[in-house]
Design a binder for this molecule. Structure first.
Ligand code: 4HQ
Length: 257
């Protein structure tokens, strides 16, 4: 899979891609990530990539022409991309489903903006897609581009060593992950749940599934309206809800005389 990232901070982006799972995948040739300095496509001595906003107001606006020439050059050198994505808070909010869609593509170009915003004509003439990584304001599109590369890359076959990790990740089933524990079995009086020490694989699996659903119900009930649960999932969720609505011992309602 091929990524091209256009930025005014190429070293920031390159440095972030050296370590970890993504860095190793690049070394192994599973990913081809090219980082481009937007200033290479400026046409003045000052290498200007921004200008004042028409209509006035604070901040600067990213110019169209350098971005347009960048995507033209990338297309000539590396082929027609499947998508050219602008990272911005105005985009569709990125999620695991969007990551899965992008992982099916062969070549993605990412445009990182800085300053107050990007000239609207970049969306019209250069980009094919606009994605946000969440409802908060960053100082540039570089971190969002890295988030996208990381998330999509883990879905590329071979990038994550053990495919079970990817299949068992949070969101791969539309619910949160279950709690994890490692040795020792007790820390400061806090014990690992007995079921996990029991060696009964079927019970461990059921405990984890129930714990994942409990957490999702408590922390992200919105996910449960979207998640497609199988029969066991629905049964476990019913069980959790029943346990919570059960009348606590000794507080039974008195019947009227
Ligand atoms: N920015 N998701 C403004 C973001 C952002 C986000 C990137 C700040 C673009 C011009 N991008 N620049 N959230 O906050 O993608």
């Amino acid at each position: 899979m091929k990524f091209d990232i256009v930025t005014i901070f190429p070293s920031m982006v390159r440095n972030a891609l050296v370590d970890g799972v993504v860095g190793r995948a690049i070394d192994r040739g599973l990913l081809d990530v090219a980082v481009h300095d937007l200033r290479e496509w400026t046409d003045d001595g000052h290498r200007t990539v921004d200008d004042v906003p028409y209509g006035g107001g604070p901040g600067m606006v990213m110019k169209v022409e350098p971005l347009r020439r960048a995507v033209e050059a990338i297309t000539a050198a590396r082929g027609v991309p499947d998508t050219v994505i602008v990272l911005s808070p105005q985009g569709r909010v990125f999620d695991q489903a969007e990551a899965a869609r992008l992982a099916g593509l062969a070549h993605i170009v990412l445009l990182c903006g800085r300053y107050e915003g990007i000239d609207e004509r970049v969306r019209e003439l250069v980009a094919t897609d606009e994605i946000s990584i969440g409802d908060y304001v960053l100082s540039g599109g570089e971190l969002p581009a890295l988030v996208l590369v990381d998330t999509v890359s883990r879905l590329v076959p071979g990038v994550v060593g053990d495919v079970r990790s990817v299949l068992e990740d949070s969101f791969s089933h539309g619910v949160l992950d279950h709690p994890h524990y490692t040795r020792p079995a007790e820390v400061a009086g806090s014990r690992v749940p007995d079921t996990l020490l029991s060696g009964h694989h079927a019970e461990v699996r059921r405990w984890r599934r129930k714990a994942a659903l409990t957490r999702t119900l408590d922390r992200r009930p919105d996910l449960l309206t979207e998640a497609v649960l199988d029969a066991e999932g629905r049964a476990l969720l019913d069980e959790i809800r029943r346990e919570r609505t059960a009348t606590p011992q000794g507080t039974e309602q008195e019947t009227e005389q």
